[in-house]
Write a protein that binds this ligand. Structure first.
Ligand SMILES: Nc1nc2c(c(=O)[nH]1)N[C@H]1C(S)=C(S)[C@@H](COP(=O)(O)OP(=O)(O)OC[C@H]3O[C@@H](n4cnc5c(=O)[nH]c(N)nc54)[C@H](O)[C@@H]3O)O[C@H]1N2
Ligand SMILES: Nc1nc2c(c(=O)[nH]1)N[C@H]1C(S)=C(S)[C@@H](COP(=O)(O)OP(=O)(O)OC[C@H]3O[C@@H](n4cnc5c(=O)[nH]c(N)nc54)[C@H](O)[C@@H]3O)O[C@H]1N2
Ligand code: SF4
Ligand SMILES: [Mo]
Length: 748
């Protein structure tokens, strides 16, 4: 099943698959030696324009890593043996079928990790695999990440994927809460080189305000940094809303014609005056008033929140209020505000096909009754769904590109639960903290051996672009692409053969894409489209279909100017499709067709916040927040020597006042204890964090027995998710609380 295309050239232009920025890169290869010479930024990429971060060079180490798995691994007792693909796929499917036949489909759970979003093969072939498995017990990194934003976008705009994206290149005022794009390179905001973009914002007279308990790298380049107490963003945002109403600054402009619930927002905001929230948030009432006036007074302003506003107790409320602020000031769906990008692969006819669906709470987890959202349960309850006794418990697990032992709360309990499973399969590149419990590991090809198209991130980008990513290396014999692994498993579970299933998937996509009135593929029959797409199986022809039938598509007419995969190939650095444009109210998918600014489930959660106001006024306990770093990528790039080298990065930041009170010394180890666990980490004393807050990065905690991560194990660090409490979730969405965890710190 090796690739049949001609050998790739010595210089391959593609995108870096490691983070949402997906920067354009040039990979120069010494073909004779089969090695990468160097990776540089692609100056012609319409989005990244030559920008790169140090992680891009880590791609070389990842590709060459001797610990990266190349063959399926079967566990036999304490041994791991390499086996062939046919046997591995058969064993995986048999094992899953056995559990399903005996205990029902929901006895098999799945967990999908973050890198799935970076691989078009996973995006397109993950869903059919899940359908073939038939389980409703699906989990993913979504519920330790952006789930609250998805819930609020679904309630406000009608679809969980309708994310307003900051128009950073044209705004005059950017208000950032709980995000550090200078290090993360942006999330739900594909915007490579944020340092350059923010510098240009300031050069054109614009302002940047950052709300973060830590003086983050982004806060350092801001006009103003507001060191908020963790978990209180909803209070701050409500107070800003309150000021807008009190001072007659609510001006939704053209949005008013299709926005409902403004009066209700006003009512809901009443308890949250600047004075009432000043104590709990740690931000003075005057400061809040000034911020509200500045934001409302800016020509074009945009409020943006990310991990810090999502992974906290009031994640959905905070995520909602970010958009409320943009709506009330008329900055949603407007140049320089927050807009909804249009992807080249999206349906050309963008009026929603279905309206008013809120896929929330249609079923609930067995033990704690946490709500499903969009077909998934919150991962904070995965361990208990496995380890709590009962006929209905989860007995088998499939992880795909995920490391939940390090990335989800109470990793220790989850590790114990995984040990007790009857069967576990992992599709993963490494034998790591999670996959060491798997009976079978199925490793896909290296990211540089893959063809890719950034299907998701082109849809959350600050500028509309389309770019293909060809493989740098031919796939070695005996290796399988990720899509093929998922397709083969789906076919085996469904009792069909892989190629017929692939054909079926393609015809389903064709049927929904062509022949629609007013689109480029209006007059195209499914047969004609099918014939034009060729016989090469896999994701490429699916993307070709989406492009050709999409808003800029050629409608399967080669003589037309529009987009197709062939056209993209003529532009190996990508095609610029222009700045973001207003799309409302056309794309709203709520039942009313309007923005529902005060949807019922959200309004119903406000009393919970109000109840916390009084409690938060009391002197705070010490709480823990996270911290991303330039050379990390969640839990999984620590085995690359170029990224792992240098000083110990898994340190606990402590404010000098707290250090003094607790008797901590810089460079000395401390014990950090929470309700669920404890870790030992070196202390770094710094005024970066506000008093009452300590910060520890996540993704560390390597060196567990049975793993094969020789480089990462040398500087293992501690797993911060041993401290995160799986019982603490954002009540509305079930998203895990990973920031604002009460802890005690003592010197060792
Ligand atoms: N305390 C705390 N916890 C957090 C966060 C936090 O801020 N604080 N952040 C959360 C966020 S935002 C996220 S997204 C999650 C991430 O959580 P996860 O997605 O569970 O974890 P990752 O560390 O991204 O691990 C990715 C896994 O995929 C494997 N892998 C990498 N590339 C591929 C590939 O192409 N194919 C396959 N099959 N496998 C691959 C790696 O070996 C690794 O096992 O962590 C969350 N956890
Ligand atoms: N280098 C690097 N880049 C990455 C990743 C990585 O691991 N390393 N991971 C990628 C992934 S999966 C994601 S989702 C993105 C995340 O992208 P971002 O959200 O931009 O990244 P974080 O660094 O997690 O930023 C969260 C910020 O929130 C602050 N914070 C914590 N609690 C609170 C709070 O209660 N309120 C407020 N206002 N702030 C708070 C933290 O101090 C931190 O600065 O990054 C991506 N990019
Ligand atoms: S910011 Fe760095 S890791 Fe992210 S895509 Fe660009 S080069 Fe890759
Ligand atoms: Mo994430």
């Amino acid at each position: 099943m090796a690739s049949t295309s001609p050998p790739p050239p010595d210089r391959v232009l593609r995108t870096c698959p490691l983070c949402e920025a997906h920067c354009g890169i040039r990979v120069e290869v010494d073909r004779a030696a089969g090695r990468i010479r160097r990776i540089t930024g692609d100056p012609d990429d319409p989005l990244s324009r030559g920008y790169l971060c140090p992680k891009a060079h880590g791609l070389i180490g990842l590709h060459e890593d001797p610990d990266r798995l190349r063959r399926p691994l079967l566990r036999r007792g304490d041994e791991r043996v390499e086996i062939g693909w046919d046997e591995a796929l058969d064993l995986a499917a048999e094992g899953l079928r056995r559990i399903r036949d005996r205990h029902g489909a929901d006895a098999v759970a799945t967990y999908l990790g973050n890198p799935n979003a970076h691989d078009v093969g996973s995006i397109l072939y993950g869903p059919p695999f899940q359908r073939a498995l038939g389980t409703r017990w699906r989990f993913s990194a979504t519920s330790v990440d952006q789930l609250p934003k998805m819930v609020s976008c679904c309630l406000l705009f009608g679809s969980p994927g309708l994310f307003p994206i900051p128009d950073v290149d044209r705004t005059d005022f950017l208000l950032v809460l709980g995000a550090n794009p200078l290090v993360s390179n942006g999330s739900l905001m594909t915007a490579p080189d944020m340092r350059g973009r923010l510098r240009r914002l300031r050069e054109r007279g614009g302002r940047l305000v950052v709300v973060d308990p830590r003086r983050s790298e982004t806060a350092r380049v801001a006009n103003r940094h507001l060191p908020i107490r963790p978990g209180t963003d909803a209070l701050l945002l409500f107070a800003l809303v309150r000021v807008l109403f009190d001072e007659g600054r609510v001006r939704p402009g053209r949005l008013a014609a299709f926005t409902r619930g403004l009066e209700r927002v006003e009512l809901l905001s009443r308890p949250f005056t600047p004075e009432a929230v000043a104590g709990p948030t740690g931000i003075a009432a005057d400061e809040i008033r000034v911020l509200a006036r500045d934001f409302a007074g800016a020509d074009r302003a945009c409020c943006y929140g990310r991990i810090g506003t999502c992974t906290q107790e009031f994640g959905t409320l905070a995520s909602w209020l970010v958009d409320v602020l943009n709506v009330l000031t008329g900055n949603l769906d407007r140049e320089g505000g927050a807009l909804f990008p249009r992807a080249a692969t999206s349906p050309a006819d963008d009026t929603p096909r279905r309206r008013g669906r809120v896929p929330l709470g249609r079923w609930r987890s067995r033990v704690r009754g946490l709500p499903e959202f969009a077909g998934e349960l919150p991962v904070a309850c995965l361990a208990e769904e496995i380890d709590a006794a009962g006929e209905e418990r989860v007995r088998a697990l499939v992880t795909i590109a995920g490391n939940p032992v390090l990335s989800t709360p109470n990793g220790a309990r989850l590790a114990r639960a995984l040990e007790g499973l009857d069967f576990m399969v992992s599709v993963d590149l490494y034998l790591n903290e999670t996959t060491r419990f798997a009976d079978l590991i199925l490793p896909p090809d290296s990211p540089l051996e893959r063809w890719n198209y950034d299907l998701i991130f082109h849809g959350v980008s600050v500028r509309q672009v389309a770019r293909e990513s060809p493989p740098v290396f031919e796939r070695p014999a005996g290796s399988l692409p990720q899509w093929r692994i998922l397709l083969e498993l789906a076919a085996r579970l469904g009792g069909t053969d892989a190629d017929s299933l692939d054909e079926l998937l393609l015809s389903g996509l064709i049927a929904s894409a062509v022949g629609r009135a007013g689109t480029p593929a209006e007059g195209v029959t499914p047969e004609a489209a099918r014939a034009a797409l060729g016989d090469r199986p896999g994701p490429e022809r699916m993307i070709d279909l989406m492009l050709r039938a999409g808003p800029w598509g050629d409608g399967f007419d080669d003589s037309r100017e529009g987009l197709s995969l062939a056209r993209l190939r003529e532009h190996p650095s990508g095609i610029d499709l222009g700045p973001l444009e207003p799309r409302l109210p056309r794309i709203l998918a709520t039942a009313s067709g309007a923005i529902e600014l005060a949807p019922e489930p959200i309004a119903g959660d406000v009393p919970r916040l109000e109840a916390r106001l009084a409690e938060l006024a009391r002197p705070p306990r010490l709480v823990l927040v996270g911290r991303r770093q330039v050379r990390t990528n969640n839990s999984w790039m620590h085995n690359v020597p170029a990224l792992a080298k240098g000083r110990d990065r898994c340190t606990l930041l402590v404010h000098p006042d707290d250090a003094r009170a607790l008797g901590l010394e810089s460079g000395k180890p401390a014990r950090v204890r929470s309700r669920v666990g404890e870790v030992e980490v070196p202390v770094r004393i710094s005024t970066e964090v506000r008093p009452g807050v300590v910060s520890l990065p996540h993704g560390f905690g390597h060196g567990a027995p049975g793993t094969r991560l020789r480089v990462a194990s040398r500087c293992p660090g501690a797993n911060s998710n041993l401290l995160a409490d799986e019982t603490r979730v954002d009540a509305l969405s079930g998203n895990a609380v990973l920031n604002g965890i009460p802890v005690e710190v003592t010197p060792l």
